[in-house]
Ligand binder design. Sequence first.
Ligand SMILES: [Zn+2]
Ligand SMILES: [Zn+2]
Length: 185
Amino acid sequence: MIWKIAAALFLGAFTWTLLEYGIHRYLGHHPRVRKNPFAKEHIRHHVEGDYFAPWWKKAAAAVALAALVIGPAVFLASLWTGIAWVTGLVSFYLFYEVLHRLEHVHGGFGAYGRWARRHHFYHHFVDARFNHGVTTPLWDHVFGTHRAPEVITVPRRLMMPWLGDLEHGVRPEFAGSFALKKKPA
Ligand SMILES: [Zn+2]
Ligand SMILES: [Zn+2]
């Protein structure tokens, strides 16, 4: 029983990584569904850089998703494995939210944090057709949308406080991985 619960938790987290990729790539960026509520919030996040959708919208979406899948999950598995799968899914979604927020507002933490930020910032500042995954590059590799970033050039209006300032440019510790766009002459 216990290994079943553990496997269901893991599978739930794994399911989230695919949802994260699919929601971001299609609902967030596909031109045919540009008017959906997620796309509106997501495009604003791209344009403003430090904008995140309000927490109550995210919570409502998470509760709606959990409510939608818990019935079928319990029906297809069993009560506790179904609950474990949904718990894994929602927990990893919360992990994604925290990681994504930190990538934008925090100076960086550990090798994974540094990797995740460069992977995501390639998507923001270099080419939004690539690197849709936030917690893992797995699905970008599977669906051919992975790009390994070189030096990432950040537009001046989107400069982040942890990265440096407009007067002095990028802090020395980020010099090999980020650059600030040159002032127009
Ligand atoms: Zn972002
Ligand atoms: Zn995006």
